[in-house]
Design a protein around this ligand. Structure first.
Ligand SMILES: Cc1cc2nc3c(=O)[nH]c(=O)nc-3n(C[C@H](O)[C@H](O)[C@H](O)COP(=O)(O)OP(=O)(O)OC[C@H]3O[C@@H](n4cnc5c(N)ncnc54)[C@H](O)[C@@H]3O)c2cc1C
Length: 295
C-alpha cells in the first residue's frame, strides 16, 4: 500500500512529536511512524530535567560556557548558542501546551518553576517534573498530537529503509521520497515531500545501558545507506550512576543526585573521579566555596 503525506516523521519521541506539532500547526499533513508503542523511546525515561536559562541570576553566556566546559571545548559554538538561546522559548511552549513542571513553593503561575542543579552547571537551571520530566513532556506532546487532526500516528510501524530518487534512477539530485515501513504482515510505502529521522540514539550497542530497547540506531543506519554523511559517532553520553542488578534491567539513578552533592565512590569508599578529572574535586554545589577534598 502507498500512503502520501507532506511530512513523514520517523520516531515518536520528543523530537519527532515536537516537529510534527510544529509542521501540522502550519497546515501540513504529517505521518508519525514508530516501531513499538507511541510513548516508547528514551524521551519517556528522562528524569532529571531540561537545562534552560530561566532565573534572572543566570545568563546565556554562563550556560554556553558550562556547556562548552562539559563538552571539553569540542562543541560547535553556533549550535551551543542556538540551543541555549532558544531554550527558554521552547520551555514556554511546552508549558503552554500543558506540560506541568515542578513549581516553586511561592509559585503564582505555571511559569514559576523550581530550578534544580546538575553536574556541569554553575547555576540552578534544571526545569523538571519531579524526577519524571521526560514522561510528563511526552504526556503533554502525545495528548496534543493525538488531538491534532492533520497528524496521523502509526504504532507498530517499523521504518526499514529510506526511498531515494537515485534508487529509482530518477533525474536530478538524489533526494528522499519517503520510507518503506513494515506494519503487521506487510511493508507499506510512506511517500512524503520531506522525511524527518527522529529515531533517537544507539545506546543498545552496549551490553549495559540506561537506554530503552528501541535505541538501536536505525535512523543513523538508514541515513548511511541512503548516502548521507554520518558524523560525531564517537560522542556517546554515558550515565555514571545506574542501578545494577544481575537479574534486572539497569535503570538510571538521576544525575541530579550528583548536582545536589552526591559523590561517586568505590565500595571501599575511595573517591576515584578526581584521579581522572580535577573538576571532580569539588561537588557542583561547592564550586566557588573551595573546600578540602573529601576523598
Ligand atoms: C534513562 C535516561 C535518562 C535521561 N535523562 C535526561 C535528562 O534528565 N535530561 C535530558 O535533557 N536528557 C535526558 N536523557 C536523554 C533524552 O532522553 C534524549 O536525548 C531524548 O529523549 C531523545 O529524544 P528523541 O526524540 O531524539 O529520541 P527517542 O525519545 O529515543 O525517540 C526515538 C523514537 O524513534 C522510534 N524509532 C527508532 N527506530 C525506529 C524505526 N526503525 N522505525 C520507527 N520508529 C523508530 C522509537 O521507537 C522512538 O519512538 C535521558 C535518556 C535516558 C535513556
Amino acid at each position: 500500500m502507498r500512503i502520501d503525506f507532506d511530512f513523514l516523521v520517523i520516531g515518536s519521541g520528543i523530537a519527532g512529536l515536537n516537529f510534527a506539532l510544529s509542521a501540522a500547526g502550519r497546515g501540513a499533513r504529517v505521518a508519525v511512524v514508530t516501531k513499538t508503542a507511541l510513548p516508547e523511546g528514551s524521551s519517556r525515561y528522562a528524569q532529571g530535567g531540561v537545562a534552560s536559562v530561566w532565573s534572572p541570576e543566570d545568563s546565556f553566556d554562563a550556560h554556553a560556557a558550562d556547556t562548552d566546559g562539559a563538552g571539553g571545548g569540542l562543541c560547535h559554538r553556533d549550535v551551543v548558542d542556538l540551543v541555549v538561546r532558544e531554550g527558554p522559548e521552547r520551555i514556554r511552549e511546552l508549558i503552554e501546551l500543558g506540560a506541568h513542571f515542578t513549581l516553586r513553593e511561592d509559585a503564582a503561575s505555571a511559569f514559576d518553576v523550581e530550578l534544580g542543579l546538575e553536574g556541569g552547571h554553575s547555576r540552578r537551571r534544571i526545569i523538571h517534573a519531579v524526577d519524571a520530566t521526560g514522561s510528563e513532556m511526552m504526556r503533554a506532546l502525545l495528548e496534543a498530537a493525538t488531538a491534532t487532526p492533520n497528524i496521523a500516528l502509526f504504532e507498530g510501524a517499523f521504518a526499514i529503509d529510506l526511498i531515494t530518487s537515485a534508487k529509482f534512477g530518477l533525474p536530478g539530485p538524489d533526494r528522499c521520497l519517503g520510507a518503506y515501513v513494515q506494519r503487521g504482515g506487510g511493508v507499506d510505502v510512506f511517500a512524503a515531500r520531506a522525511t524527518l529521522l527522529a529515531t533517537g540514539g544507539a545506546g543498545k550497542v552496549y551490553v549495559y545501558t540506561s537506554n530503552p530497547d528501541v535505541a538501536t540506531g536505525d535512523g543513523i543506519a538508514m541515513a548511511y545507506r541512503a548516502g548521507a554523511r554520518i558524523g560525531n559517532m564517537e560522542f556517546i553520553q554515558f550515565h555514571p550512576t545506574c542501578l545494577f542488578h544481575p537479574h534486572a534491567k539497569s535503570f538510571l539513578i538521576s544525575e541530579t543526585v550528583r548536582g545536589e552533592g552526591a559523590l561517586l565512590r568505590r565500595p571501599d569508599g575511595y573517591r576515584f573521579m578526581p584521579d581522572y578529572d580535577p573538576r571532580a574535586e569539588l561537588a557542583p554545589r561547592d564550586r566557588g566555596r573551595r573546600r578540602a577534598s573529601t576523598r
